[in-house]
Design a protein around this ligand. Structure first.
Ligand SMILES: *Cc1c(COP(=O)(O)O)cnc(C)c1O
Length: 390
C-alpha cells in the first residue's frame, strides 16, 4: 500500500522530534549535531530565542490578511533588504522555486516591456538546481529531475560551469538573460570564480542581457558576506533567495534593480501567502541577527577553521576523503568512498550532513556554530573515517 505521504522522498529510519541550537533530537531521544541545517535553511539553528519570540508575538497579533492591504512588516523588511543590498525593490514569496520563478518571469517581462518580446531565452549551467516547478526544472535541464515531466518549458539551455567561452558561444538574438547559482549547491558545492562572475557581468552589459543569480542556498550570510557574489564586486540585476532568509520559516524573496522592477506592473504577478505577517516577522528577526556587527566575521572565522580541520582529515584519510571545497559555511567534502553511504554512517555516529552531486558531502551547519561544535563534528567524522579502515 502507498504511504499516506506521497512517496517522493527517501527518508531516514529515525524520526526527528525537536531541535535546540545546533542539535536535533529524535523520538528515541538520540542527539544529532546538525551540520545539514535543513539543507542550508536553519541559518540560526533551531528554536533561536529571538526568532521564537518574534514569531510568537506575531502569531498573537496577525497571521494573514491579503496583499490587497498595506502591511507594515512587509514594508519594513523590504526597506531593510533594499538598504543593505544592491536591490531597489523586492518580491516576497514562500520558497526558493517561487523566488526563481519570479526571476524568470521578470526577465521575460523586462524584455517585453522594452520592446524586445522575442528575447526570452535564458542560459543556465549544467547540473544546476533552481527548484521543482515545471519552469525551474526546465532551467536546470537535469535529466534526473526532468524525467517523466516532459515536455520542458521552452527557452532554456545549459552550458558547462565556469566556462566563459561556452557562455559566449551560447548567446543568440533571442537570449534574454544568464542565470545561475553563484555557488552550486545540489550540484556539489562548486564556486564560480570571481573572474568568471566579473566576465559574465561584462558580457551581459555588452549584449543587453540580464544577470540573474540564484542565491537560495549560498546567500544571506552563508559565505561570510550577505551575498556570495559580493566577493567578486559585481552587481546582478535579479537575485533569488529563500532558505537562510527564513531560517526555517517558509520565505522566499526575489530582489531586483529598479530598471527591472519597474516593468513588473500592478497585476502582472502575485501570491496569496507571499509576504504574510508571520514570514515578515521572522525575516525581520533573521536580519536583526545576520546584519548585527560581527556576525559575518564570525561566519568567516568558523568557516576558515572548519575548512582547515576538514583538510587535515583529507590528508589523514586519503582512502576515504579526496578534497574540501567551498567558502564560509557552505562546504563540500569530496569523498573517495560513496558519499551517500558515508552520510548514512555519519548519521549513525550522530552527525547530520547532506549528499550532493559529484560524490560530495555538503557541510552546511547553522551559522551560529562555535569552535566546540566544530571540534565535536571533526571528532565524529574522524571516527567515521576510521571505520572505513577496519
Ligand atoms: C533549494 C534551492 C531552490 C529551491 O528552493 P525550494 O524552497 O525547495 O523551492 C532553488 N535554488 C537553489 C540554489 C536551491 O538550493
Amino acid at each position: 500500500m502507498i504511504s499516506t505521504v506521497l512517496p517522493i522522498y527517501s527518508r531516514t529510519e529515525f524520526a526527528i522530534e525537536r531541535g535546540e541550537g545546533v542539535y536535533l533530537f529524535d523520538t528515541e531521544g538520540k542527539k544529532y549535531l546538525d551540520f545539514a541545517a535543513g539543507i542550508a535553511v536553519n541559518s540560526l539553528g533551531h528554536c533561536h530565542p529571538h526568532l521564537v519570540a518574534a514569531l510568537q508575538k506575531q502569531a498573537a497579533t496577525l497571521w494573514h490578511t491579503s496583499n490587497m492591504y498595506r502591511l507594515p512588516g512587509q514594508e519594513s523588511f523590504a526597506d531593510r533588504l533594499v538598504k543593505h543590498t544592491f536591490a531597489d525593490t523586492v518580491f516576497f514569496c514562500n520558497s526558493g522555486a517561487e523566488a526563481t520563478e519570479c526571476a524568470i518571469k521578470m526577465v521575460r517581462k523586462y524584455h517585453d516591456e522594452t520592446e524586445n518580446p522575442d528575447k526570452f531565452h535564458i542560459i543556465c549551467i549544467e547540473g544546476s538546481f533552481h527548484g521543482r516547478t515545471l519552469t525551474t526544472i526546465s532551467a536546470s535541464g537535469k535529466e534526473k529531475i526532468m524525467k517523466g515531466f516532459e515536455p520542458a518549458v521552452e527557452g532554456f539551455r545549459q552550458v558547462p560551469f565556469n566556462d566563459l567561452d561556452a557562455m559566449k558561444a551560447a548567446i543568440t538574438d533571442k537570449t534574454a538573460a544568464i542565470m545561475f547559482e553563484t555557488i552550486m549547491g545540489e550540484g556539489g558545492i562548486k564556486v564560480s570564480s570571481p573572474e568568471y562572475l566579473r566576465a559574465v557581468r561584462k558580457l551581459c552589459d555588452e549584449r543587453g542581457l540580464l544577470l540573474v543569480l540564484d542565491e537560495v542556498q549560498c546567500g544571506v550570510g552563508r559565505t561570510g558576506q550577505f551575498f556570495a557574489f559580493e566577493a567578486a564586486g559585481i552587481t546582478p540585476d535579479i537575485v533569488a533567495v529563500a532558505k537562510g532568509i527564513g531560517s526555517g520559516f517558509p520565505l522566499g524573496v526575489c530582489l531586483a534593480t529598479e530598471k527591472v522592477g519597474k516593468t513588473m506592473t500592478a497585476g502582472s504577478h502575485g501570491t496569496t501567502y507571499g509576504g504574510n505577517p508571520l514570514a515578515m516577522a521572522v525575516g525581520n528577526a533573521v536580519l536583526d541577527i545576520v546584519l548585527a556587527d560581527g556576525f559575518m566575521a564570525h561566519v568567516t572565522e568558523m568557516g576558515t577553521l572548519l575548512k582547515s580541520e576538514l583538510e587535515k582529515l583529507v590528508k589523514k584519510y586519503p582512502a576515504v576523503l579526496k578534497e574540501v571545497r567551498g567558502v564560509g559555511l557552505i562546504l563540500g567534502l569530496v569523498t573517495v568512498v560513496d558519499n551517500m553511504e558515508m552520510v548514512k554512517r555519519m548519521r549513525a555516529a550522530g552527525l547530520l550532513s547532506v549528499g550532493g552531486g559529484e560524490n560530495v558531502i555538503r557541510i552546511l551547519p547553522p551559522l551560529i556554530i562555535e569552535k566546540a561544535h566544530i571540534n565535536e563534528a571533526i571528532a565524529l567524522l574522524e571516527t567515521v573515517c576510521k571505520g572505513y579502515a577496519t
